[in-house]
Design a protein around this ligand. Structure first.
Ligand code: PGA
Length: 256
């Protein structure tokens, strides 16, 4: 089955409010035409509503970089998925930086995924192994366990709205990416086959899986040429208009 490729730019803690507005104004005309690819930007919370307002009615979609599962409450600093829902189509959860520095656990990723789906929005669930796990040959078992935990209690029907991003931690922001073929093999074994076992082959065949970790224009074609990779979650290269537009153009050419 044809899966619509999805390229998401995760801006992390980059770009002021003004820079965010300026960026999407410059990006939009360059990526208007690639309708075969879903195009997503994930600004900081500060810039989220301004970017969403600027992009309303455009083909560029907006993601939040996190969202709390409770609708409201005494959770200082947090923004709930319910609050985000009018502004975003996607919420990134489980990013390795949040797992490493901000106490993102598998259980919380699962709570967030359910809250996002309950709001009719789509989680981008990030998973991936550390360098130590990779070198110890634990990649597939570790990533499989992350996927199982994230999807616990999520229905087959809701899986149509789930995106999973495979991001080997050792490849994030390091300039060191996995090879396309290696990433594809891990994605197949640890994610697509796991989802087939948890649900069925239709759910697994329809699931969109991104690769992330030092994706840039120079290696995008290699990733997009892989049968199990349906797009990219991009950090560094999503911060420059020309690079991000180039990634979208390559995805449209290879996958669209
Ligand atoms: P990177 O980040 O593209 O800068 O490696 C990817 C990510 O963390 O999503």
């Amino acid at each position: 089955m044809a899966r619509i490729p999805i390229i998401a730019g995760n801006w992390k803690m980059h770009k002021s409010l003004g820079e965010s507005r300026k960026f999407v104004r410059a990006l939009l005309p360059l990526v208007q035409d690639f309708a075969s690819v879903e195009r997503v930007v994930a600004p900081s919370f500060l810039a989220l509503t301004a970017v969403a307002d600027a992009l309303r009615g455009s083909p560029l979609k907006v993601a939040a970089q996190d969202g709390h599962w409770e609708a409201s409450g005494a959770y200082t600093s947090q923004v709930s998925v319910a609050m985000l829902a009018p502004y975003v189509q996607y919420v990134i959860i489980g990013h390795s930086e949040r797992r490493a520095y901000l106490n993102e656990t598998d259980a919380n990723v699962n709570r967030k995924a359910k809250a996002i789906l309950a709001q009719g929005r789509a989680p981008i669930i990030a998973v991936g192994e550390s360098l130590e796990q990779n070198e110890a040959g634990e990649t597939v078992s570790f990533v499989r366990a992350q996927v199982q935990a994230a999807l616990d209690g999520i229905s087959a029907a809701d899986m149509a709205n789930v995106v999973i991003a495979y991001e080997p931690i050792w490849a994030i922001g390091t300039g060191r990416s996995a090879s396309g073929a290696d990433a594809d093999a891990i994605i197949k074994a640890a994610i697509r086959d796991t989802v087939a076992a948890l649900y069925n082959s239709e759910v697994s065949d329809a699931l969109r899986i991104q690769y992330g970790g030092s994706v840039k224009p120079g290696n995008m074609q290699e990733f997009m040429s892989q049968p199990n990779i349906d797009g990219a979650l991009v950090g560094g290269a999503s911060l420059a208009v020309a690079d991000f537009a180039a990634l979208i153009e390559i995805a449209a050419r290879v996958k669209g």
